[in-house]
Design a protein around this ligand. Structure first.
Ligand SMILES: Nc1ncnc2c1ncn2[C@@H]1O[C@H](COP(=O)(O)OP(=O)(O)OP(=O)(O)O)[C@@H](O)[C@H]1O
Length: 574
């Protein structure tokens, strides 16, 4: 936790909070002594001026104590909230630099829980720390000394009360701490199921799996609730026990104190002051115990957040990025790649090269490695063997930023962001003019429906682009890539949501565009019709490249390609 707070805390607020806390402790500790004097020297002797004078001092100390308490709460809240803000910002920045491998390993739901729930735990404990973790030990020691000063004999009662408290709290902590720690993992699970349910709501309804999903959520929710109930039952049992110990201590003090007063070994005022100090000792002790229960949970959260910061991206930039050449060239040289933990490589022996003006198509069955192949070009993952070169340079010699600047990727699943059509289209090229946007929309066969849209380029895009059809989303995503004006365009199965006619028109428009003519176009497809006029077609089967050539060449010589043609003819695709 200290590691997380270091450099992220507003030290000015922390020190202000500590100073206010010390003032609060001092004034609170002064009050019992003044009460004792008021009773012993004022009330017992009927000295009214002394009572007024001491009473005024008591009111003054009380006021300062309250004001210092308010200031302490304010400064500790501000310090902990600011820490939360900085932590969330740093986590977001760090996570945005992760490679896909880190995303795969940690999982999106867990990343969300860590940025929200875990940060809140850290905030809460920081506030507790600034309010109580420093105050309680000071209060405990100081009140014990002052109590001892009032009566050596009565202090012996602590020798009984404190061990009982230690035992009660120790047993509670033994059971509660592991439960507290597992709460974060159970929160992860709830978030995961909730997210899946929201994202897949249409599929769930279409398959009539509402009940199944609700039960799945109920189970995770119940698991979390059971865990929480267990923890809070333990905590709830602690409070009456602690109150019992405190009441017992009070009774003991009154009993023995009464005898001391009867024997004239103690004054009434001192007994009252002693009782207040005793309560301060026991309360501080209880606060410390509560903190010890909260700290392990926050420490578990801190570990989870530290894990994000310690995660070194497997994709690293070179010390100096190479400048990209003018004439685009792309080569795969005996590339092999496996996903971490996978038994079989997702790609092996992939070898081809292409240059500006060429269209390379990648065809193969589902799971044959097409998306994996194109994900290696922008270095979402690094190859295990072989190398990929762009403009003659190993892609590892470019900074990720420079490399990705050369590439416009349209992913398999069209992703749009909340905002306007214009915002989405200008995503990769903020300087693009409206003419550029309309030109890209024309090529992507999207200008018709954007013209009809209310506001046209200023038309609203709702969350996830839900106000557009699948094919419209795909076309907007394609237009966004075209607006970027890149050296390498990658279309990962981006034409699959388009009908045959639109697919053909789009590819024809791509071929005629003067900018795209100068670039490399990589098209992943499942339909023969989409790849038929590519300059080079790569055939993938179970991660292996089993053929490369033009449509005519592969039609004659490649068995897998022939099978794909046959199966699509059977389906009436051609
Ligand atoms: N993030 C991942 N982690 C582990 N394995 C993965 C991951 N992504 C894909 N795979 C595996 O790698 C193999 C190739 O997947 P890939 O997505 O590249 O296939 P594809 O040819 O694009 O399939 P499709 O046409 O269905 O999109 C599959 O066996 C898949 O299970």
């Amino acid at each position: 936790m200290i590691k997380l707070a270091k450099g992220r805390m507003s030290m000015w607020m922390v020190w202000s909070s500590v100073i206010f806390m010390i003032i609060q402790v001092y004034t609170t500790l002064r009050l019992p002594d003044l009460t004792s004097n008021l009773i012993n020297n004022g009330v017992a002797k009927g000295d009214l001026p002394y009572i007024y004078h001491t009473g005024a001092w008591m009111a003054f100390y009380s006021l300062i104590s309250v004001l210092a308490g308010i200031a302490n709460v304010y400064t500790s809240s501000v310090a902990s909230q600011k820490l939360g803000t900085v932590l969330r910002r740093d986590i977001y920045d760090k996570v945005m630099n992760y490679s896909n491998e880190e995303f795969d390993r940690i999982g999106t739901s867990s990343l969300i829980t860590r940025t929200t729930n875990d940060v809140v735990q850290i905030q809460n404990v920081t506030m507790m720390f600034l309010r109580m973790m420093i105050m309680s030990p000071i209060m405990l020691v100081a009140a014990s000394i002052l109590a001892y000063d009032k009566s050596h004999q009565l202090t012996e009662i602590f020798l009984v009360a404190i061990p009982i408290l230690v035992l009660v709290i120790g047993v509670a902590m033994y059971f509660a701490v592991p439960l507290f720690k597992s709460m974060q993992i159970k929160t992860d699970r709830i978030n995961l199921i909730f997210r899946e349910g929201l994202n897949g709501v249409r599929v769930i309804r279409a398959f009539g799996r509402d009940k199944f999903e609700q039960d799945r959520f109920k189970t995770a929710n119940k698991d979390y609730t059971d865990n929480a109930i267990k923890v809070f039952s333990i905590m709830a049992a602690v409070f009456p026990l602690v109150t019992l110990v405190m009441s017992g201590t009070n009774v003991g003090i009154t009993w023995f104190g009464g005898q001391l007063i009867a024997g004239q070994a103690m004054q009434v005022g001192d007994l009252v002051a002693f009782m207040t100090y005793a309560m301060q000792v026991l309360m501080s002790f209880m606060m410390l115990a509560m903190i010890f229960v909260m700290v392990p949970r926050a420490q578990a959260s801190a570990d989870r957040i530290n894990q994000l910061f310690n995660e070194e991206s497997t994709i690293l930039d070179p010390s100096e990025s190479q400048a990209a050449g003018k004439q685009p060239e792309l080569s795969f040289k005996d590339v092999e790649f496996s996903y971490s933990g996978a038994e079989e490589p997702a790609l092996s022996k992939v070898h081809f090269s292409t240059h500006s003006g060429q269209t390379v198509a990648i065809i193969g069955g589902t799971g044959s490695g097409k998306t994996t192949l194109v994900s290696l070009i922008p270095r979402f993952y690094d190859v295990d063997q072989g190398e990929i070169t762009v403009n003659g340079q190993n892609i590892k010699n470019y900074s990720q930023h420079d490399l990705r600047d050369l590439i416009a990727l349209t992913p398999q699943k069209a992703i749009l962001f909340t905002g306007t059509v214009r915002d989405n289209l200008k995503y990769g090229n903020p300087k693009a003019s409206d003419d550029d946007l309309w030109h890209a929309l024309d090529i992507a066969q999207a200008s018709d429906f954007v013209h009809e849209l209310k506001g046209q380029l200023d038309g609203k895009v709702e969350q996830g682009g839900d106000n557009f059809s699948g094919g419209q989303k795909q076309r907007l995503a394609i237009a966004r890539s075209l607006v970027k004006k890149a050296a390498i365009y990658i279309f990962d199965d981006s034409f699959s949501a388009l009908d045959f006619k639109t697919d053909a028109k789009l590819r024809a428009a791509l071929k005629q565009d003067s900018e795209i003519k100068k670039a490399i176009v990589v098209i992943v497809a499942q339909r023969i019709a989409t790849v038929v006029d590519a300059d080079k077609i790569l055939v993938l089967e179970d991660g292996k490249m089993t053929g490369s050539g033009t449509h005519e060449e592969l039609k004659q010589s490649n068995k897998a390609y022939q099978e794909i043609i046959e199966s699509q003819i059977r389906k009436g695709d051609q």
